[in-house]
Design a binder for this molecule. Structure first.
Ligand SMILES: C[S@@+](CC[C@H](N)C(=O)[O-])C[C@H]1O[C@@H](n2cnc3c(N)ncnc32)[C@H](O)[C@@H]1O
Length: 411
């Protein structure tokens, strides 16, 4: 059931982690999850060999005996049990976003690529998922000159792997929003026009990998967390406020933190309860961090508006909460609910509450900025415009969501 934001109703989200194998998510009902955002252990990457071998002894044996393709396939059979469960728990129209990298490895003197993304994609298609255009996450390399193979001599060198995939699949057809209240709630969950240009690009260049300060060395070794921005964007793109997001390979809970910041509920599954303490520690900063992320989105938007006005472009719409201009009518009801409190409600459960209105400071910041905004130049004679005054094809303008260098002081 969709939970709507109405005046006087305090928006709350709930977050739970189960320390269990995600191949059997008995705690989660059929058709109850709106979005899955996850990153499994990567088959054929050595750091995960023991974990796969603990779950499937044939993995260990195949690796020991150099039966590389059998080891690869057995690891994927283990992951397949989770993809099957995901299909069961997702609502019709719900999305699954899977971050996965391929592996390169030499076994018994034989070097090859293990195309994990292709294996997972075909398994999920067989289960009934609809594959959609995926994202290549181009990781920023620290070693751009790292070569594999025969150096400068032709026909014996290998391309350096510096990307991972974010596979995007849907269960069934598009989700429907027929009732008026559902439509309104969908509009309140909108993202900015200029954010869309970055978020929906098929190559993400701007997300850095992450290294965490985890006390426990074993936990640190096995965490392999992705950056906060990765689940945060995907959650913003593929779910609504109040929806439920599931991460079956929870690790240190980055997906939960992103769900908290974005006003979504979350459920996690994680094999190792050794992560419990690290998850708890990470929630300590999430309130302040969420406020900063929301403030950055709002200040980036205002800076975008200022630049666009200065270049003589017009806005036809005003956001009804923040009172600043927006490019499309779809952004009029957009509201980024700011988290107000986080309570630990049980051993592995949390509840977050949110404000239900735009902070006064943001509205005032926009008023000050609008007063100082440079006057738009006179439109150049002969410039082609549509009947409404908009330049043709605004959606194809160049990417404008680079984090704005001069961040505004909002809070
Ligand atoms: C790549 S890490 C995920 C990291 C995570 N995104 C984070 O933010 O820390 C994969 C995690 O999945 C867990 N895992 C592996 N197989 C699992 C299974 N069958 N069920 C639940 N968790 C599993 C591992 O213990 C590991 O913590």
């Amino acid at each position: 059931m969709m939970r709507h934001m109405t005046k006087g109703f305090t928006m709350k989200t709930n977050h739970t982690c189960h320390f269990k194998h995600a191949g059997s998510m008995k705690e989660v009902s059929r058709n109850s999850v709106h979005l899955v955002v996850t990153s499994p252990p990567y088959p054929m990457i050595e750091m995960w060999d023991d974990l796969f071998a603990e779950q499937r002894p044939e993995v260990g044996l195949a690796l020991k005996e150099g039966r590389r393709l059998e080891a690869y396939e057995a690891m994927h059979r283990e992951l397949d049990t989770v993809w099957k469960e995901i299909f069961r728990v997702l609502v019709p129209g719900g999305f699954a976003c899977v971050n996965i990298g391929d592996a390169t490895r030499t076994i018994g003197g034989h070097f090859m690529l293990y195309p994990n993304h292709a294996r997972i994609l075909s398994a999920m298609i067989r289960l009934g998922f609809t594959p959609l255009p995926e994202i290549v996450w181009r990781k920023q390399s620290n070693a751009p000159n790292k070569f594999m193979g025969s150096g400068m001599l032709p026909a014996g060198a290998y391309v350096t792997q510096e990307h991972e995939y974010i596979l995007i699949l849907r269960k069934g057809d598009k989700r429907e929003f027929k009732a008026e209240a559902d439509k309104e709630h969908r509009h309140a969950s909108a993202f900015f026009w200029e954010e869309r240009n970055t978020f929906f690009s098929d190559v993400w260049f701007d997300l850095l990998g992450t290294r965490q300060n985890l006390e426990d060395k074993d936990v640190r070794k096995r965490s392999a967390a992705y950056p906060f921005e990765l689940p945060y964007r995907l959650i913003t793109m593929y779910s609504l406020k109040g929806d439920t997001v599931l991460d079956p390979f929870f690790g240190t809970g980055t997906t939960m933190l992103a769900a908290m910041a974005a006003g979504r509920n979350s459920i996690g599954y994680e094999l190792s309860d050794g992560f419990a303490e690290a998850i708890d520690e990470r929630t300590e900063d999430i309130l302040a961090f969420s406020k900063e992320r929301i403030a950055a989105r709002l200040s980036n938007h205002m800076a975008f508006v200022k630049d666009r006005l200065a270049s003589g472009k017009e806005f036809k719409h005003t956001n009804s909460h923040y009172l600043f201009p927006v490019v499309t009518g779809q952004e009029r009801g957009l509201l980024l609910n700011e988290p107000e409190s986080l309570v630990k409600t049980g051993p592995n459960t949390y509840e977050m509450t949110y404000s239900d209105s735009a902070p006064r400071q943001v509205i005032e910041a926009w008023e000050r900025m609008a007063a100082d905004a440079p006057q738009p130049p006179e439109p150049a004679i002969g410039k082609k415009r549509t009947k409404t005054g908009e330049k043709r094809n605004p959606g194809r303008s160049k990417n404008t969501d680079k984090s704005h260098p001069e961040q505004l002081e909002l809070f």
